[in-house]
Design a binder for this molecule. Sequence first.
Ligand code: ARG
Length: 463
Amino acid sequence: MEKMWAGRTAGAVNKDADDFNSSIHFDSKMYKQDITGSMQHAAMLAACGIISESDSNLIIETLEQILADINDGKIEINPDAEDIHMFVEAELTARIGDVGKRLHTARSRNDQVALDIRLYLRDETNGVLELLYKLIDAIKTQAEGNINTIMPGYTHLQRAQPVTFAHHMMAYAMMFMRDCTRLKDAAARMNYSPLGSCALAGTTYPINRRMVAEGLGFDGITMNSMDGVSDRDFCVELMSAYSIIMMHLSRFSEEIILWSSWEFKFIELNDAFTTGSSIMPQKKNSDMAELVRGKTGRVYGDLMALLTTLKGLPLAYNKDMQEDKEAVFDAVETVQKCLNIFAPMILTMKVLPENMYAAAQKGFINATDLADYLVVKGLPFRTAYKIVGSTVASCISQGKVLEDITLDEYKQIHELFDADLYDAIKLENCVAKRISEGSAGPEAVKAQIEYVANFLKDEGYTE
Ligand code: ARG
């Protein structure tokens, strides 16, 4: 294929160099965005009197046909084209000759690619948001069914205080809600059209950048043409947001894996989201959660790759920037794949309340409540803390838990202990008494669920 830029150079490009330089095998993903951008550009060129109305119409109609032909598989994107921009322009020119050659007036591939990737990421980010809503909704459903399901809450992976499974689930809902707003913030900053920045310095043609921006649903235009073609902050920002989503998914995965183990057995994943072993007949492995945890490293890697690529680049466009796409595509596709598997995995997992309750009973997780009991009776907290601490120590040496100690024994430890202490350390009561906003108590958790439900409604995900 003859190079569109042949002119300045005459010699043919080395075949390996040509392959090395080419980006068509990954940027062809942006064919829709590229064609849509070109259609708006052609309309603007006519509106500003830069090309004729009839040329513009012919260009737009033909671009529409090319788009339909690619969508329907009638034509294949030629891998010999250098990139998607060159392919579309070459196809256009092959169909309508010289008129097609007018499209690239007042435009450069530098602003074209900056536009395409913004449009692409805007679409994909909406897809990620939908998947996040679905996951939050699945988490909410699990929470609604487990408001009274007592389980141990952990710090340092040591049993700490009783919580409920609903409370634990809602913690993840809050994280994923922040992920949604983080994505929307980044997407809003990205939503400015760079088209018209041209190669780097703008153009001498009387173009109307705002007309194109409006036609493509942007909130405005980038205000400096050198920045317009050089900026990839929005990729870095979105990839940071994707990385944080993966970090949350990875922590959740880790818990799913732990909870599915025989040591915990707090949940059982639906068979549809597990695998067996080729040798050990008893195995049911949480491969999906493990893979999500594993793929987190990959998304972090994509982010680091792009940050590193950009760090030493002088303004304005440099070919290094072509490296943005594979990283960004990989990151967004990985996040989508992970979210896509996660939501139904959470929705279908079976909670095993008896096992959670049994684990909560054996770990002295009501020790803080026993100390609080003494505080209510008048002791300073630090004193109460000490008394309960040594009580726990003596329980452990005797193989007992706090509930096993008789009232007489308690009385010998401290005279403020009375028969009502057993009620105070009952797990159900420990949880029920947690009334502070955001806490594990059933009323507090119901408020959290309502908060999440309102979020999903405000986002237009639920009615
Ligand atoms: N394929 C290129 C990229 O992805 C398009 C822009 C090329 N511009 C240029 N001046 N070589 O960055």
